[in-house]
Write a protein that binds this ligand. Structure first.
Ligand code: DQQ
Length: 575
């Protein structure tokens, strides 16, 4: 009998062959993925990044602090590791690091959201009443905006949400594409008592708009004649975020009137055409409902600033009224294939939440992992005053190379010997420059930086590094790269070289780098958080153990490790 079953199994095999051969190999021959040398290994799941236990996750939705509990909702497919059947997953936390999963908060149920509960936000109304504003995909397949309210306001976890029957509260106006109208932002209240929100939309000329809607009662919304922002540079903008930042200091501000402090405003837009998040800084005149960006390149998104030059999209901030800070969440997508995700059983994660504030120069934002992350720091290793001449390499030993937090400062005594830049780079040329010059290409000042998740012979590694150039006008230009081209021996992965310029003052000849390494995600913060790059990598040799972290200099001028601290990180309790 047993033989018979075995033979029938063999007879069934050809059925697996075409599309399921790899599946068969991974699941039947290596049923324990921990031991399996396959991309399905649990080694690629993270230790301190937010992920649901399985399936697909994308945008963070409606993050908030409510009665001392942090809530995170997120775009979630409860049935599969690929995008679809979109609901609002829900988890809560006391510290933004350890998370408890709750039931799905919103799932498609009514004609106004029958095909999906897409992205949106929460606003806390006077009287301490939270409310969700989200995009529903209605029975006709159009984007409409809906609200949802807690079923029981005294439930500390806000487990159940009800959708009032008067939904939808906004539908696409004439002249706008009803399939490109979504992601209402957190609302702010003006001195006139009206609530305002902004919603991304595409008009019939294929131009993107951040539409402005106003309401007195949160139920009846009217579109302002003029959008908050309009651009020719993209057809659609997603997950628009609009919030004030103090002109001085790191203190965060709530979204509504900010009379007591001098503030500028940030308008963040997810550009649909290339799925990158960009932001503009400007002044907002509430009485006129007018946002005036400060930089001159308002109609070319390639010249706008980015929170992060890597795998990072659909970000959203919220104001932590207890700790007086503004916190940023974002989705980091996988860079393997959809079939890999199906085999892995999961896809997507959230970045470590970052505190965001306006830089002293008033021109850009600065980001830093929330300080609660430091509670996971375990064993520490330190290096100090180490000179790295051309070709120099030092290994960081003693902390788990796949689960670490590294903070370091480089000193560049001879920064004045930086090579002359041979042409003017534009903001978005950094990625191209990183692509053209990998870490093996010698310069004068740099490349120097880290090689992480690296095999002993460097057959696999991700290089995070700087190069310093001099412009004809005597300024210094710092290029930061996160090069994933050698990150893995697995085939068919997306392995780009990401890059951004770091706006630091080179007068002191120093540059700092912080890198969070968490199995398949690497978040790097250059120049104290002025330039950030998130990378998703799946080193094959990670599965066999024996991975390393190195500091290197491949420039002809010596650089010094002024100070380096590396911590092994504990695993957080996540979902
Ligand atoms: N993701 C949601 C949309 C949003 C997009 C759908 C951005 O609401 O525009 O899952 O990633």
């Amino acid at each position: 009998m047993a033989w018979l079953s075995f033979i029938s199994l063999l007879l069934c095999l050809p059925a697996f062959r075409n599309d399921g051969d790899e599946f068969f190999r991974r699941h039947f021959l290596n049923p324990d993925p921990e031991k399996a040398f396959s991309i399905a290994s649990k080694q690629y799941r993270t230790a301190f990044h937010f992920q649901p236990p399985q399936n697909w996750i994308n945008d963070p939705n409606g993050p908030m602090l409510y009665n001392g509990i942090y809530h995170l909702f997120y775009q979630y497919n409860p049935f599969s590791a690929k995008w679809g059947n979109i609901t609002w997953g829900h988890s809560i936390s006391g510290d933004l690091i350890n998370w408890t999963p709750l039931d799905i908060a919103l799932r498609p149920s009514d004609p106004f959201d029958l095909h999906g509960c897409w992205s949106g936000s929460t606003t806390i109304l006077p009287g301490n009443k939270p409310i969700i504003l989200y995009t529903g995909i209605n029975e006709a397949g159009y984007n409409v905006q809906n609200i949802a309210l807690p079923k029981n306001i005294s439930d500390p976890f806000l487990l159940e949400w009800v959708k009032p029957p008067y939904n939808p509260v906004m539908i696409a106006a004439d002249g706008f594409n009803a399939t490109q109208f979504r992601d209402p932002s957190t609302c702010w209240q003006g001195k006139d008592g009206f609530w305002r929100t902004t919603v991304g939309a595409e008009d019939f000329e294929m131009k993107a708009k951040a539409l402005l809607y106003k309401s007195e009662d949160f139920m009846r919304w009217t579109r302002a004649e003029r959008p908050l922002f309009s651009t020719n540079s993209s057809s659609m903008i997603e997950c628009v975020d609009f919030f004030p930042v103090s002109v001085k200091g790191k203190r965060g501000l709530g979204s509504s009137s900010t009379d007591s402090v001098e503030a500028k405003y940030v308008l963040k837009m997810g550009v649909f055409d290339n799925t990158h998040d960009y932001y503009l800084i400007g002044r907002y005149m509430e009485e006129l409902d007018e946002f005036i960006p400060e930089n001159a390149f308002e109609d070319d998104h390639r010249l706008w600033a980015r929170y992060d030059y890597g795998s990072f999209y659909a970000s959203k901030t919220f104001f932590d009224a207890e700790k007086k800070r503004r916190i940023l969440w974002a989705w980091s997508n996988e860079s393997d294939t959809i079939s890999d995700d199906i085999v892995k059983g999961w896809a997507g994660l959230q970045i470590v939440p970052r505190t965001v504030w306006l830089d002293d120069n008033g021109k850009q934002l600065v980001q830093w992992p929330i300080r609660e992350l430091e509670s996971l720091r375990l064993k520490k290793v330190e290096l100090k005053h180490i000179e790295l001449s051309e070709g120099g390499v030092v290994e960081i030993k003693g902390v788990k190379a796949s689960q670490a937090d590294i903070e370091m400062e480089f000193e560049i005594p001879e920064f004045r010997k930086a090579e002359l830049m041979n042409h003017e780079w534009k903001l978005d040329d950094a990625q191209m420059a990183c692509h053209q010059m990998d870490a093996s290409i010698r310069g004068s000042i740099g490349p120097f930086g880290l090689l992480v998740l690296a095999s002993h012979n460097l057959e696999e590694h991700t290089a995070i590094f700087f190069r310093v150039f001099r412009s004809r006008t005597g300024d210094y230009i710092v290029l930061m790269c996160s090069d994933q081209r050698k990150s893995s021996l697995w085939p068919e992965l997306y392995k780009p070289a990401f890059g951004g310029f770091v706006p630091v003052d080179m007068k002191e000849g120093r540059i700092s780098l912080r890198t969070l390494i968490d199995h398949s995600v690497i978040e790097s913060f250059g120049g104290g958080g002025r330039t950030c790059i998130t990378a998703r990598v799946y080193p094959k040799l990670l599965l066999a153990g024996g991975i390393h972290t190195y500091v290197f200099n491949n420039g002809s001028e010596t650089v010094k490790i002024r100070k380096l601290q590396a911590w092994e990180m504990a695993k957080a309790r996540i979902n």
